[in-house]
Design a protein around this ligand. Structure first.
Ligand code: SF4
Length: 298
């Protein structure tokens, strides 16, 4: 995502938009489509963004809920950047359909760390969202000794462990992870802390927190079901006067946009650049309609 400054008082995050893992998965799927492979199934939506999912459907790239929904054996079944459990992978292999694994290498890294300690009899505690596809995939590597917690209160309620390995969902907030890890230390004889938050997430969160302090309106662009987008909006609360989480430019609070002195626009890891551009365009138009007319003149 390139930095765009339409005017001095509106700043767009350099880190806004697709993370390397999502970008790579999309590029791989587009390359499959361009090579004529049909149909292309993805196990769950390739990215958590309604607009992008609609665009992919128009190209014949179909999101399915379970491997058995891939009814055409000549198709290709793509595993998303989030990854899956080893059991689900075996199930796909028995179907005989071609499988393409687009699991992000940074998610694979987290899976490998879990597997390495699980075989040494460590119980795994994952700091993350129980329902999230990545976390469900990570749980598959724990040898069925696993807890998932997302709050300090949940960590306080954990039992005592002989050996525990604390890992993180890759998009978790770092301060939350360390706070929970400190609590879990008190519950174990041996505690391994494996910070598996990915670097692109750390960079995005750091930039968002820095810039939010200088803005009086932060606009976070991305799907309402995208956990990492919602977390960005959450991070800004308390750092700036107003935070708006929007999926498209139509949801902007025009009054706030016109009145704000300084606006910072950021976006989740699954927000396409054209959605961000539309929001930036509308913001600029609302604040400086004359400038935009000149920019748009052929
Ligand atoms: S958020 Fe991080 S780990 Fe997850 S897909 Fe993107 S780059 Fe990979």
């Amino acid at each position: 995502m390139s930095m765009k400054k339409k005017n001095e008082d509106v700043v767009v995050a350099q880190s806004a938009g697709f993370c390397p893992g999502v970008k790579h998965a999309i590029e791989q799927v587009m390359a499959l489509e361009a090579s004529g492979k049909k149909p292309i199934y993805t196990l769950g939506p390739l990215i958590h963004n309604k607009q992008a999912t609609q665009m992919l459907e128009m190209k014949g790239i179909l999101a399915i809920d379970k491997p058995a929904d891939a009814t055409n054996p000549r198709g290709v079944l793509v595993i998303r950047a989030h990854g899956i459990t080893p059991d689900l992978q075996k199930e796909i292999e028995t179907l005989g359909i071609t499988m393409f694994d687009a699991t992000c290498p940074l998610v694979k890294h987290a899976q490998n760390i879990i597997a390495k300690f699980a075989v040494q009899d460590y119980t795994t505690v994952i700091v993350g969202d129980k329902e999230h596809a990545e976390v469900i995939g990570l749980m598959g590597y724990t040898q069925n000794r696993c807890h998932v917690v997302s709050t300090l209160q949940e960590a306080q309620a954990l039992p005592h462990f002989d050996k525990v390995n604390v890992v993180s969902q890759t998009t978790q907030q770092e301060s939350t992870f360390f706070e929970i890890a400190e609590e879990i230390k008190k519950h174990a004889d041996q505690c391994q802390i494996s910070n598996t938050i990915c670097q692109p997430t750390k960079d995005r969160q750091r930039e968002t927190m820095e810039q939010a302090q200088h803005a009086d309106l932060v606009i976070v662009v991305g799907g309402k079901h995208s956990a990492n987008t919602a977390r960005l909006a959450q991070l800004c609360k308390g750092l700036t006067k107003h935070v708006q989480h929007v999926e498209t430019e139509d949801e902007l609070d025009e009054n706030l946009v016109k009145k704000a002195k300084k606006i910072f626009i950021t976006a989740g890891a699954s927000t396409p650049s054209w959605v961000i551009d539309s929001v930036v365009h509308r913001v600029t138009h609302l604040r400086h309609p004359i400038i935009l007319k000149v920019i748009n003149r052929p």
